[in-house]
Design a protein around this ligand. Structure first.
Ligand SMILES: [Zn+2]
Length: 289
Protein backbone atom coordinates (compact mmCIF):
# COMPACT_ATOMS: atom_id res chain seq x y z
CA UNK A 1 0.00 0.00 0.00
CA UNK A 2 1.27 3.48 -0.84
CA UNK A 3 1.48 6.35 1.65
CA UNK A 4 -1.77 8.33 1.98
CA UNK A 5 -1.34 11.70 0.29
CA UNK A 6 -2.52 14.95 1.79
CA UNK A 7 -2.74 18.63 0.96
CA UNK A 8 -1.79 20.91 3.82
CA UNK A 9 -3.75 24.14 4.18
CA UNK A 10 -4.51 26.69 6.88
CA UNK A 11 -8.11 27.36 7.88
CA UNK A 12 -9.23 30.79 9.08
CA UNK A 13 -12.37 30.62 11.17
CA UNK A 14 -14.29 33.87 11.73
CA UNK A 15 -16.24 33.82 14.98
CA UNK A 16 -18.10 36.08 17.41
CA UNK A 17 -17.50 35.88 21.12
CA UNK A 18 -20.13 37.17 23.53
CA UNK A 19 -18.87 39.29 26.42
CA UNK A 20 -21.25 37.89 29.04
CA UNK A 21 -22.72 40.04 31.78
CA UNK A 22 -19.45 40.76 33.62
CA UNK A 23 -17.47 42.11 30.69
CA UNK A 24 -20.60 43.86 29.44
CA UNK A 25 -20.65 45.83 32.69
CA UNK A 26 -16.89 46.43 32.55
CA UNK A 27 -16.82 47.67 28.96
CA UNK A 28 -19.92 49.85 29.43
CA UNK A 29 -17.76 51.48 32.09
CA UNK A 30 -14.62 51.91 29.99
CA UNK A 31 -16.70 53.59 27.28
CA UNK A 32 -17.39 56.31 29.88
CA UNK A 33 -13.77 56.31 31.10
CA UNK A 34 -14.61 54.28 34.22
CA UNK A 35 -13.00 51.20 35.74
CA UNK A 36 -15.86 49.14 37.18
CA UNK A 37 -15.62 46.16 39.53
CA UNK A 38 -17.75 44.35 42.08
CA UNK A 39 -16.94 44.13 45.79
CA UNK A 40 -17.11 40.62 47.16
CA UNK A 41 -19.48 40.57 50.17
CA UNK A 42 -17.42 37.83 51.77
CA UNK A 43 -13.70 38.66 51.34
CA UNK A 44 -14.28 42.37 50.51
CA UNK A 45 -11.95 42.23 47.50
CA UNK A 46 -12.95 44.23 44.43
CA UNK A 47 -13.18 41.92 41.42
CA UNK A 48 -12.27 43.57 38.07
CA UNK A 49 -13.78 42.88 35.58
CA UNK A 50 -17.03 41.92 37.36
CA UNK A 51 -17.87 38.22 37.40
CA UNK A 52 -20.57 35.93 38.70
CA UNK A 53 -18.51 34.55 41.54
CA UNK A 54 -15.51 35.84 43.51
CA UNK A 55 -12.40 34.15 42.11
CA UNK A 56 -10.73 34.29 45.53
CA UNK A 57 -13.37 32.91 47.90
CA UNK A 58 -16.12 31.69 45.51
CA UNK A 59 -18.84 33.84 47.14
CA UNK A 60 -21.68 35.05 44.89
CA UNK A 61 -21.10 38.70 43.88
CA UNK A 62 -23.75 41.40 44.12
CA UNK A 63 -24.46 42.84 40.66
CA UNK A 64 -26.32 45.81 42.12
CA UNK A 65 -23.24 47.15 43.88
CA UNK A 66 -20.74 48.16 41.20
CA UNK A 67 -17.61 49.88 42.48
CA UNK A 68 -15.79 52.52 40.45
CA UNK A 69 -12.02 52.46 40.82
CA UNK A 70 -9.62 55.30 39.94
CA UNK A 71 -7.89 55.05 36.55
CA UNK A 72 -4.63 54.02 38.15
CA UNK A 73 -2.83 50.73 38.60
CA UNK A 74 0.45 49.17 39.65
CA UNK A 75 2.64 46.90 37.59
CA UNK A 76 2.76 43.28 38.75
CA UNK A 77 4.68 41.73 35.86
CA UNK A 78 5.49 42.42 32.23
CA UNK A 79 7.02 41.05 29.09
CA UNK A 80 8.19 42.52 25.81
CA UNK A 81 6.68 40.86 22.75
CA UNK A 82 8.86 40.60 19.66
CA UNK A 83 7.15 37.76 17.81
CA UNK A 84 4.48 38.71 15.25
CA UNK A 85 1.29 36.62 15.25
CA UNK A 86 -2.32 37.12 14.09
CA UNK A 87 -4.67 39.17 16.26
CA UNK A 88 -2.03 41.28 17.95
CA UNK A 89 -3.10 44.61 19.48
CA UNK A 90 -0.25 46.43 17.78
CA UNK A 91 2.90 45.78 15.82
CA UNK A 92 5.79 44.24 17.82
CA UNK A 93 7.83 45.08 19.72
CA UNK A 94 5.47 46.13 22.51
CA UNK A 95 5.24 45.64 26.27
CA UNK A 96 2.38 43.64 27.75
CA UNK A 97 1.84 44.21 31.46
CA UNK A 98 0.05 42.29 34.18
CA UNK A 99 -1.45 45.11 36.21
CA UNK A 100 -3.56 45.57 39.34
CA UNK A 101 -6.03 48.47 39.27
CA UNK A 102 -5.78 50.60 42.41
CA UNK A 103 -8.18 49.08 44.95
CA UNK A 104 -8.71 45.85 43.00
CA UNK A 105 -8.05 42.33 44.26
CA UNK A 106 -7.55 40.91 40.76
CA UNK A 107 -5.04 41.28 37.93
CA UNK A 108 -5.60 42.52 34.41
CA UNK A 109 -3.51 42.44 31.24
CA UNK A 110 -2.93 45.44 28.99
CA UNK A 111 -0.36 47.33 26.94
CA UNK A 112 2.26 49.37 28.75
CA UNK A 113 3.14 52.35 26.58
CA UNK A 114 5.15 55.56 26.46
CA UNK A 115 8.06 53.87 28.18
CA UNK A 116 10.81 51.31 27.69
CA UNK A 117 11.33 47.93 29.25
CA UNK A 118 14.43 48.91 31.27
CA UNK A 119 12.47 51.71 32.96
CA UNK A 120 9.92 49.29 34.47
CA UNK A 121 9.91 47.82 37.98
CA UNK A 122 7.57 45.67 40.05
CA UNK A 123 4.93 47.76 41.78
CA UNK A 124 5.48 50.72 39.44
CA UNK A 125 2.50 53.14 39.61
CA UNK A 126 0.70 53.44 36.26
CA UNK A 127 -1.94 55.75 34.83
CA UNK A 128 -4.69 54.57 32.49
CA UNK A 129 -4.58 56.40 29.15
CA UNK A 130 -8.04 56.38 27.58
CA UNK A 131 -8.53 56.14 23.85
CA UNK A 132 -10.01 59.27 22.36
CA UNK A 133 -12.80 57.28 20.71
CA UNK A 134 -14.22 54.49 22.82
CA UNK A 135 -16.65 51.83 21.68
CA UNK A 136 -16.91 49.51 24.67
CA UNK A 137 -14.01 47.14 24.20
CA UNK A 138 -10.48 46.45 25.41
CA UNK A 139 -9.08 49.28 23.27
CA UNK A 140 -11.11 51.89 25.19
CA UNK A 141 -7.97 51.80 27.30
CA UNK A 142 -5.26 52.81 24.84
CA UNK A 143 -2.52 51.69 27.21
CA UNK A 144 -1.14 52.33 30.68
CA UNK A 145 1.92 54.47 31.21
CA UNK A 146 4.21 55.19 34.17
CA UNK A 147 2.73 57.83 36.49
CA UNK A 148 6.24 59.27 36.89
CA UNK A 149 6.97 61.47 33.83
CA UNK A 150 10.70 60.73 34.25
CA UNK A 151 10.03 57.12 33.21
CA UNK A 152 8.22 58.03 30.01
CA UNK A 153 9.38 58.35 26.44
CA UNK A 154 7.49 60.05 23.64
CA UNK A 155 4.50 57.92 22.55
CA UNK A 156 5.14 56.30 19.22
CA UNK A 157 4.36 52.62 19.26
CA UNK A 158 0.61 52.80 19.77
CA UNK A 159 -0.25 55.62 17.41
CA UNK A 160 -3.29 54.22 15.55
CA UNK A 161 -2.28 55.78 12.23
CA UNK A 162 0.38 58.08 10.99
CA UNK A 163 -0.37 61.10 8.87
CA UNK A 164 -1.18 60.30 5.28
CA UNK A 165 0.29 62.75 2.80
CA UNK A 166 -2.85 63.82 0.97
CA UNK A 167 -0.90 65.81 -1.61
CA UNK A 168 1.20 62.86 -2.76
CA UNK A 169 0.60 61.77 -6.34
CA UNK A 170 -1.37 58.52 -6.51
CA UNK A 171 0.88 55.58 -7.30
CA UNK A 172 0.86 54.41 -10.92
CA UNK A 173 2.31 51.07 -12.03
CA UNK A 174 5.51 51.60 -14.09
CA UNK A 175 4.21 49.20 -16.76
CA UNK A 176 0.77 49.24 -18.40
CA UNK A 177 -1.48 46.48 -17.10
CA UNK A 178 -1.58 44.60 -20.43
CA UNK A 179 2.21 44.51 -20.70
CA UNK A 180 2.88 43.16 -17.19
CA UNK A 181 4.51 39.80 -16.65
CA UNK A 182 2.61 37.43 -14.30
CA UNK A 183 4.84 38.31 -11.29
CA UNK A 184 4.50 42.03 -12.06
CA UNK A 185 0.74 41.66 -11.98
CA UNK A 186 1.01 40.29 -8.42
CA UNK A 187 3.57 42.83 -7.17
CA UNK A 188 1.87 45.85 -8.75
CA UNK A 189 -1.54 44.77 -7.47
CA UNK A 190 -0.44 45.56 -3.89
CA UNK A 191 -0.27 49.41 -3.84
CA UNK A 192 -3.86 50.02 -5.06
CA UNK A 193 -5.18 47.60 -2.40
CA UNK A 194 -3.29 49.20 0.48
CA UNK A 195 -5.46 50.49 3.37
CA UNK A 196 -3.35 53.13 5.21
CA UNK A 197 -5.73 53.29 8.18
CA UNK A 198 -4.89 49.64 8.94
CA UNK A 199 -1.14 50.09 8.73
CA UNK A 200 -0.52 52.13 11.88
CA UNK A 201 3.09 53.22 11.91
CA UNK A 202 4.26 50.19 9.94
CA UNK A 203 7.19 50.96 7.66
CA UNK A 204 8.67 48.28 5.44
CA UNK A 205 10.46 47.68 2.19
CA UNK A 206 10.32 44.14 0.84
CA UNK A 207 12.74 43.22 -1.92
CA UNK A 208 11.73 40.35 -4.20
CA UNK A 209 14.27 38.47 -6.27
CA UNK A 210 12.43 36.12 -8.61
CA UNK A 211 14.58 33.57 -10.38
CA UNK A 212 13.84 31.41 -13.42
CA UNK A 213 11.54 32.14 -16.34
CA UNK A 214 9.52 35.33 -15.96
CA UNK A 215 11.73 36.43 -13.05
CA UNK A 216 13.26 39.75 -12.09
CA UNK A 217 13.80 42.03 -9.09
CA UNK A 218 10.99 44.13 -7.61
CA UNK A 219 10.33 45.97 -4.37
CA UNK A 220 7.24 46.94 -2.39
CA UNK A 221 7.55 49.79 0.09
CA UNK A 222 5.19 50.97 2.84
CA UNK A 223 6.15 54.35 4.28
CA UNK A 224 4.36 57.54 5.29
CA UNK A 225 0.93 55.92 4.96
CA UNK A 226 1.56 54.97 1.33
CA UNK A 227 2.41 51.80 -0.51
CA UNK A 228 4.49 51.93 -3.68
CA UNK A 229 6.23 49.30 -5.80
CA UNK A 230 8.74 49.22 -8.61
CA UNK A 231 11.36 47.23 -10.47
CA UNK A 232 15.01 46.78 -9.46
CA UNK A 233 16.77 46.96 -6.13
CA UNK A 234 15.49 48.90 -3.12
CA UNK A 235 18.25 50.87 -1.34
CA UNK A 236 17.36 49.69 2.20
CA UNK A 237 15.04 46.67 2.25
CA UNK A 238 13.70 45.47 5.64
CA UNK A 239 13.25 42.00 4.15
CA UNK A 240 14.44 40.18 1.05
CA UNK A 241 12.53 37.30 -0.54
CA UNK A 242 14.33 34.98 -2.94
CA UNK A 243 12.34 32.42 -4.89
CA UNK A 244 11.56 31.17 -8.36
CA UNK A 245 8.91 33.12 -10.25
CA UNK A 246 6.98 29.86 -10.68
CA UNK A 247 6.93 29.19 -6.94
CA UNK A 248 5.56 32.66 -6.24
CA UNK A 249 2.92 32.35 -8.94
CA UNK A 250 1.97 28.92 -7.59
CA UNK A 251 1.48 30.38 -4.12
CA UNK A 252 -0.70 33.17 -5.49
CA UNK A 253 -2.75 30.58 -7.39
CA UNK A 254 -3.01 28.31 -4.33
CA UNK A 255 -1.20 25.37 -5.93
CA UNK A 256 1.98 25.81 -3.85
CA UNK A 257 1.74 25.65 -0.08
CA UNK A 258 3.62 28.68 1.37
CA UNK A 259 4.68 26.94 4.62
CA UNK A 260 5.96 23.93 2.72
CA UNK A 261 7.81 26.11 0.20
CA UNK A 262 9.37 27.96 3.12
CA UNK A 263 10.54 24.91 5.08
CA UNK A 264 11.84 23.15 1.97
CA UNK A 265 13.91 26.21 1.04
CA UNK A 266 12.03 27.05 -2.16
CA UNK A 267 11.49 30.49 -0.64
CA UNK A 268 14.25 32.20 1.32
CA UNK A 269 13.53 35.24 3.43
CA UNK A 270 16.20 37.44 4.99
CA UNK A 271 15.36 40.25 7.40
CA UNK A 272 11.97 40.87 9.00
CA UNK A 273 9.75 37.93 8.04
CA UNK A 274 6.72 39.74 9.54
CA UNK A 275 7.03 42.43 6.84
CA UNK A 276 6.65 39.75 4.17
CA UNK A 277 3.73 38.10 6.00
CA UNK A 278 1.92 41.41 6.28
CA UNK A 279 1.83 41.75 2.49
CA UNK A 280 -0.61 38.85 2.66
CA UNK A 281 -2.83 40.49 5.32
CA UNK A 282 -6.24 41.04 3.79
CA UNK A 283 -7.16 43.86 6.13
CA UNK A 284 -4.03 45.76 5.06
CA UNK A 285 -4.33 44.89 1.38
CA UNK A 286 -8.01 44.73 0.58
CA UNK A 287 -9.20 42.48 -2.19
CA UNK A 288 -11.31 44.87 -4.22
CA UNK A 289 -14.00 43.80 -6.61
ZN1 LIG B 1 -14.41 36.97 47.79
Amino acid sequence: MSEPRAIEQTLTIPYSWGYGAGLEMFFSGTRDRKIIGLRCPSCEGVIVPPSEVCGRCFAQLDWDQPVELPPRARLESWTEIHLPFPGQPTQPPYILGLICFEGAATLFTHLIGETEEDKLALGLPLDVIWAEERSGDLYDIQHLRPADPALRVAPRRFAPTIGVDQDAEPWEPPVPQDQMTPVERIVYALPPRFVPEQAGDWQAAVQFIFGGDGGGSYWVEVAGGRCTAGPGEHSSPTATVKTKANTWLGMAAGTVNPQLAFVTGRIRVKGTIADVQRLNDRTLFERKG
